[in-house]
Design a protein around this ligand. Structure first.
Ligand SMILES: [Zn+2]
Length: 343
């Protein structure tokens, strides 16, 4: 046995031993460079062929190539083993558990305000009211003037306004929709609710947001009376809050209704006995309302000598706050999912 053959055998033992102790992919790369690379041990051994007697060269060449194949296949196997071990270590550390099912993306659900709006829609739909949607961006004319508030009318101070230009604004209430629906439907009788966002340039507190929902109601027809308004609000309160609710009507003032009233309902928490929520009065305000002012009917195209109507406006967040004892309106639009997911 001459030196090159011995060297081949030595190399095989040495290389296979080194391969066994390569524990990660970095060590494997280094091993490959050392034994099978272009400047590796096997390549330099193959160069020794030239020093051998000519008749031994083919035998040595075959032996060297066999070794090369042996080392390559041992290397491939080792790579697989090390990869598996590396993955197992990762899994053991908990960094990656490929067997876990993916995190499901929930389908989401309706916002509390939307749920409340839909309950209100359903109740009024049963009473024959259609939903009419009016724009959020309004003109001074529709938001104020046509509702009996000419420029400098003191009642304008009831609503702090987000102005966009001198004559364009974000509606401060849903009432401008009354004019829009009357002008569109004349000479049909009208029974609609007008839901939507309203905007007020106000300090945000637990009880007031600068953006909130209202549902406006409007009925115009022949011979509509105050008793129809009271009956409608009573029926609404009983369907939303329970069949034994009582309604109380107080005189009030709005420029676009005459007479104007506020409708209160006996407190659902203390049933009229008085508590913190109703400020110990036993009553909760549920709507501002009244008979449509003759001038407003006229502005909508309806002759007040032939037509009459009632209108009301109510909050949407407030019923939800009462129902779920929510004491801060800011929670509705703070986008905190911990709050929203409860409903
Ligand atoms: Zn109460």
């Amino acid at each position: 046995m001459n030196a090159p053959y011995e060297r081949l055998e030595q190399l095989e033992q040495e290389a296979l031993a080194a391969l066994e102790s390569a524990m990660d992919s970095g060590a494997l790369q280094e091993w490959h460079r050392l034994y099978l690379g272009r400047k590796g041990e096997l390549t330099s051994l193959l160069r020794l062929v030239a020093e051998l007697p000519e008749d031994e060269r083919p035998t040595f060449g075959r032996a060297a190539n066999t070794l090369k194949a042996t080392l390559e296949s041992a290397y491939e196997q080792r790579v697989e083993t090390v990869r598996r071990q590396e993955l197992e270590r990762e899994l053991a550390r908990g960094a990656l558990d490929v067997t876990l099912p993916g995190r499901p993306l929930g389908p989401g659900h309706l916002h509390l305000t939307t749920q409340t709006l839909r309950r209100i829609y359903a109740i009024f739909a049963e009473m024959g009211f259609q939903v009419y949607e009016a724009p959020d961006v309004e003109t001074d004319e529709f938001n104020f003037e046509l509702l009996n508030m000419p420029p400098h009318h003191p009642a304008r101070d009831m609503w702090d306004t987000f102005w966009i230009t001198d004559k364009v604004l974000l509606r401060t209430h849903t009432s401008p929709g009354q004019i829009r629906v009357m002008r569109e439907r004349y000479p049909e009788p009208i029974r609609v609710i007008l839901p939507g966002k309203c905007y007020r340039y106000e300090q945000i507190t637990a009880r007031s947001e600068h953006q909130f929902y209202q549902v406006e109601g409007l009925a115009v027809g022949h011979g509509i009376r105050m008793s129809d308004l009271i009956g409608t609000l009573t029926e609404f309160a009983r369907r939303l809050y329970g069949p034994d609710r009582r309604i109380r009507i107080r005189g009030s003032y709005f420029p676009f209704t005459e007479p104007s009233v506020e409708a209160d309902m006996d407190c659902i928490l203390c049933r009229g006995a008085g508590c913190r929520v109703c400020k110990y009065s036993g009553w909760l305000e549920i709507a501002g309302a009244g008979m449509v002012h003759p001038q407003v009917l006229r502005n909508g195209g309806y002759d007040p000598d032939e037509w009459s109507g009632f209108a009301f406006g109510m909050g949407v967040e407030r019923p939800a706050m009462l129902q779920y004892s929510i004491d801060d309106i800011r929670l509705f639009y703070g986008n905190d999912l911990r709050f929203l997911r409860q409903f």
